[in-house]
Design a protein around this ligand. Structure first.
Ligand SMILES: C[S@@+](CC[C@H](N)C(=O)[O-])C[C@H]1O[C@@H](n2cnc3c(N)ncnc32)[C@H](O)[C@@H]1O
Ligand SMILES: [Zn+2]
Length: 192
């Protein structure tokens, strides 16, 4: 049986928040009262599955392939909130978020990163990592509509130096492969 982190009792903190239509995207989660910085607001729950299982299940909705209820815990484990999820699954992304997810072993808690006022929409930085070069096409597949003055225009994570280096190395390796292929073809022509 697959392991799940479903809570045994309804989270009492869920009374402080409310799910309703968001101006950013679809449904969102809003504070019903002031929430001080540092407070744990809600646990992100759902079925814990392997990264491979998550890939196999993807997309949940073929007409909207980049929409998921996944939370990536680490390289191996993903929470699929489509199964057994609570209100946390409706929290939208923001590039200057007021919440942050805190991962402790196999549990994820959404905490207030700032003082949040009643009525404010809750959000955290999804920081999506897709193992592909950060092209305009990829960015367009994961647009961000958070409207923050510091919006990155994408739900994708800012690329770290090591990821940039990895991509540059991949590009160089591809160039070398192409050159070898050309040289092999030339050699073949010369020897026949
Ligand atoms: C787990 S859902 C969050 C709830 C979502 N609003 C809904 O109604 O389904 C995650 C999806 O919401 C969308 N989303 C969340 N934040 C967004 C943002 N800032 N800009 C654009 N789309 C966003 C993306 O499609 C993302 O894959
Ligand atoms: Zn943004």
């Amino acid at each position: 049986m697959k392991k799940s982190n479903l809570p045994s009792a309804k989270n009492p903190s869920s009374r402080r928040i409310q799910v309703r239509q968001s101006g950013v995207h679809g449904k969102g989660v809003f504070a019903r009262q002031d929430i001080p910085k540092g407070e744990t607001i809600i646990e992100y729950v759902g079925e814990i599955i392997s990264a491979q299982e998550a890939e196999d299940r993807h997309p949940h909705d073929p007409t909207d392939p980049n929409h998921t209820f996944y939370f990536q815990i680490d390289n191996d484990r993903v929470i699929d909130a489509l199964h057994g999820g609570n209100s946390a699954r409706w929290i939208n992304h923001c590039c200057t978020p007021n919440c942050k997810p805190v991962v402790t072993e196999d549990r994820v808690f959404i905490k207030a990163k700032k003082n949040i006022s009643a009525g404010e929409e809750l959000n955290y930085d999804y920081g999506l990592i897709i193992d592909e070069p950060m092209t305009k096409k990829l960015i367009a597949q994961y647009p961000c509509w958070c409207a923050s003055p510091k919006c990155r225009k994408t739900l994708l994570a800012k690329k770290s130096k090591s990821r940039k280096e990895k991509d540059n190395n991949k590009d160089k390796a591809n160039e070398i492969r192409k050159t070898i292929k050309k040289l092999k073809a030339q050699l073949k022509r010369l020897t026949h």
